[in-house]
Design a protein around this ligand. Structure first.
Ligand code: BG6
Length: 484
């Protein structure tokens, strides 16, 4: 089955950093199907050779282990082409159509990695030149809109041109191996299911922490902020994966139906919960590991009086029979203490303690997404203190490190998702109703912050965000995992 992959935004940040390296890795490992062509689209008059040279130069600056050998890159480069386009000009789409029709591949993937304001135009123009055939798939990068209304407008326009089965809304967190492993853990094993409910779980914590600041993306981030950039999509998708009911089978819609139910069951916001359970922060100046770093407000492209949040901590509940009353805490931010993405499931303690011992962090399951992916099961065990010749009860940790178990050459998130689009598998992509529901849920927070002149709380770089985040969780009698 031959395919053409058309990359709108082919000279953009995402293409350089994620998409091209992922396509190359898939190619190098023999996973990219035969008969492929990758067409980068950009404004500049580059030509295929210059485009290939630019990609090679980027690869050569990257991770040593992932740099291509000359002959390997030459074979990959043979798949690459470039078409210069101004995305607002209909004639340019006609030229693209000619290029695609000249080869007549079995399937065409249109990957729209542009600003969301262009999504509708690109899809309409694709249709205007007759490229919206049943063999076409369209991939839309996040953020899909800026709020519920703009998200709906994009989805409405796109769904007039393509059927839902042709639309691949990407959330790269769903492509992370640890997230797929979470599905395997929950729905491939009988062990946890009886415990996976309010009777046995005290609280669940979802953390996506980054050490980096906004880097060169200040302009983009100013109009986005952590809630739109990370919570509306990545964090809520993780919450769905952890909280959803077992789907009736592994088909895309069975999974997406269950995720949708979780989003619909999220506790609605009230003026009180908005004030107490939605914390926003912004990083100030300070240092990270001894290196001075500037405040968010001093980053290039950022308004010096900006109120954009670089940190969010939320408390919510899933109002259904399985989860009623169990707090779900979500936290994400830039310039935090470490690059760390994980889900912590804190089980309830034993109903009656017969050992006189500190149980520490026992009764905990940790699903690590980053920097390494794996599972940790924390238990209380009987150990031996040889020095005192005494037996002691102590918390111990059972580790399943996926790199050690399955090798570190596993398929990365973008690679997985790109291969799935090419194969037409929708399981790891987000349906329009899920996305709308997620926007509906975050919108009251956005509105509230928009009307609140207090602005975000400043936090020092290299910390876990403002202290209000710890205070929020302490009110329930709990603490963040790293504080226990
Ligand atoms: C992106 C956000 O979706 O995810 C970025 O736009 C963020 O701001 C990135 O840095 C984090 O992804 P990962 O895979 O590095 O955790």
């Amino acid at each position: 089955m031959s395919f053409d992959l058309v990359l709108f935004g082919g000279t953009g940040d995402l293409a350089w950093r994620k998409l091209m390296p992922a396509l190359f890795q898939a190619f190098r490992q023999g996973k990219l199907p035969e008969g492929g062509r990758i067409i980068g689209i950009g404004r500049d008059n580059l030509g295929a050779d210059k485009y290939r040279a630019m990609i090679k130069a980027r690869f050569d600056q990257g991770d040593l282990a992932k740099r291509p050998f000359e002959d390997e890159f030459a074979r990959f480069a043979a798949l690459l082409d470039f078409v210069q386009m101004d995305l607002s000009k209909p004639d340019d789409y006609a030229r693209l159509a000619q290029t695609l029709r000249a080869r007549g591949a079995d399937s065409v993937v249109m990957y729209v990695a542009t600003a969301p304001t262009l999504f509708t135009t690109v899809c309409e123009q694709i249709a205007a030149v007759g490229l919206n055939t049943p063999h076409t798939r369209v991939v839309l990068e996040k953020p899909l809109g800026h709020d519920l209304a703009s998200n709906r407008a994009i989805n409405k326009a796109v769904c007039q041109i393509f059927t839902e089965k042709q639309v691949f809304r990407i959330d790269h967190y769903l492509g992370k191996p640890a997230v797929q492993n979470l599905f395997a853990l929950r729905f491939g094993n009988a062990l946890f299911e009886p415990l996976w409910r309010r009777e046995h779980i005290a609280n669940i914590q979802i953390t996506i922490a980054e050490e980096l600041g906004v880097e060169k993306r200040g302009g983009f981030y100013e109009t986005t902020g952590a809630l739109r950039d990370m919570v509306q999509n990545h964090a809520l998708q993780l919450l769905c994966a952890i909280g959803m009911e077992p789907p009736i089978n592994s088909h895309a819609d069975a999974i997406r139906d269950e995720k949708l139910k979780v989003l619909r069951s999220l506790k609605p916001w009230t003026p009180v919960s908005l004030a107490t359970d939605a914390i926003r922060g912004q990083y100030g100046a300070g240092n990270m590991g001894g290196t001075p770093v500037q405040a968010y407000r001093a980053e290039p492209g950022v308004n010096p009086r900006s109120n954009t949040e670089t940190f969010v901590a939320l408390r919510t509940e899933i109002s259904n029979w399985r989860w009623a009353g169990v707090p779900f805490y979500i936290r994400t931010g830039k310039r935090l203490a470490s690059r760390d993405a994980r889900i912590v499931v804190n089980f309830r303690p034993t109903p009656h303690a017969i050992f006189n011992s500190n149980i520490g962090d026992a009764n905990r399951l940790v699903i690590n997404l980053q920097p390494k992916d794996g599972l940790e099961l924390h238990l209380l065990a009987q150990g031996q203190d040889n020095q005192r010749n005494a037996r002691t009860l102590a918390p111990v940790q059972l580790d399943l490190d996926f790199d050690t178990r399955f090798g570190s050459e596993r398929v990365g998130a973008y690679e997985r998702l790109l291969l799935d689009v090419i194969a037409g598998r929708l399981n790891l992509f987000v349906r329009s109703d899920e996305q709308e529901e997620a926007w509906r849920w975050v919108e009251p927070i956005l509105d509230n912050w928009g009307n609140d002149s207090q602005g975000p709380r400043l936090y020092a770089p290299g910390t876990w965000g403002p202290s209000a985040s710890s205070a929020m969780i302490a009110r329930d009698g709990f603490c963040w995992a790293e504080e226990s």
